[in-house]
Design a protein around this ligand. Structure first.
Ligand code: SAH
Length: 350
């Protein structure tokens, strides 16, 4: 490409970035164009937007992977029920509380309970665990990531004290959803669940994988528009990474640059979002956390599960563990972790 042609493209991208920063929305065509942006201006604008709300503070979350049993059969996930080679385990209430004890001492003030959809964890069992954690650590936030549940179930979890809930919508396009899931799973059911979570007052997180098989740029634009409409407090976006014992074993992993552009666009769309630089991002790229933060992310989750569990909770291949020198790495890019719950900006004050 000639120098002048490049110049024109950069100008267009800057204009689109400024427009998004001001109006918080673009047309479908404009979103598609900005997704392919090669200019750091987009990331700079996203960083500024984050700094205006959260300064240079990055929120840490302690992730407890409490069950690897799953009744679902998502084509991309190593925990899918058809994966007979997957090691299955469940943590007891005591083991979960031990994780919280260690996590609390290490400075975590949000615990995230994540697992497969495991019918063992009935409302009764899960609410008992939630109450125990909230009773012992009233100054901590508790996030659940336990898949789809009915309104009444979610209500009980909320009443027991859960503050936040992560449920990625995976893809807003129902035809694409059907490429990633068996017929008994429906995009609409997941979206209904997300609306229930909002209604129940959870700080709610949706999200999707970048580069999942058959995903198009148009699909991603639909995801952005879905997020705009749902108006969640958190969005989890990371690259798809193949797992060797799934139907998608031979598929390619998602593209780093595209993930970073999506993070930046989300930050500009909704400056107060809680937006993690995900483990999957740090798995496909050594500097993934730094790059994610520099593109506008403000949350990092670290695994605080027992070591024996970590080996068994394999959603995708080569998943990295907790990073030792993370504090320094974050400092090196001018940010710092804060010992705080890290709620959504102004949560509960509006
Ligand atoms: N059962 C819970 C937690 C699922 S695991 C739930 O349904 O929400 C959390 C997220 O990991 C999923 O929502 C999915 O977006 C992501 N994930 C699963 N398999 C993956 C893969 N192969 N590569 C990248 N991300 C994956």
């Amino acid at each position: 490409m000639t120098k002048s042609a490049l110049c024109v493209i950069f100008k267009v991208m800057r204009k689109l970035t400024d427009k998004l920063a001001q109006e918080r929305i673009l047309s479908r065509g404009e979103f598609a164009e900005l997704l392919t942006c090669e200019d750091d201006y987009l990331h700079e604008a996203a960083r500024k937007a984050r700094e205006n709300i959260y300064g240079n503070k990055i929120f840490l979350r302690g992730l407890i992977e409490f069950t690897s049993y799953c009744k679902n059969d998502c084509f991309y996930c190593g925990l899918r029920r058809s994966n007979s080679s997957a090691a299955r385990y469940r943590l007891s209430k005591e083991q979960i509380l031990n994780c919280c004890d260690e996590g609390y001492d290490a400075g975590y003030r949000t615990f995230v309970l994540q697992g497969g959809e495991d019918a063992f964890f009935t409302d009764e069992i899960l609410t008992d665990i939630i109450r125990a954690i909230k009773c012992k650590y009233p100054d901590c936030a508790l996030t659940l990531s336990t898949g789809e549940r009915g309104f009444e179930s979610l209500k009980l979890l909320r009443e027991a004290g859960a503050d936040r809930y992560l449920l990625r919508h995976e893809t807003a396009d129902s035809a694409h959803y059907a490429e990633l899931h068996p017929p008994e799973m429906q995009a609409s059911a997941r979206q209904k669940c997300l609306r229930d979570l909002k209604e129940l007052g959870f700080q709610t997180g949706c999200g999707f994988m970048v580069g999942s098989p058959k995903q198009t740029l148009e699909n991603i634009v639909s995801d952005l528009l879905f997020i705009k409409e749902l108006d969640p407090e958190m969005v989890g976006v990371g690259p798809f990474i193949p797992h060797s014992a799934t139907p998608f074993a031979k598929e390619k992993a998602g593209n780093l640059k595209l993930v970073l552009n999506i993070l930046a666009i989300l930050r500009l769309m909704k400056p107060s979002l809680l937006l993690p630089a995900t483990t999957a991002l740090a798995t496909i790229e050594n500097q993934g956390y730094e790059l994610g933060i520099n593109a506008g992310a403000n949350v990092i989750m670290q695994n605080i599960s027992p070591l024996t569990a970590r080996e068994k909770y394999k959603i995708y291949d080569n998943k990295i563990g907790a990073s030792e020198n993370l504090k320094q790495r974050i400092k090196n890019i001018g940010c710092e972790f804060t010992v705080a719950r890290g709620d959504y900006f102004n949560y509960g004050e509006q």
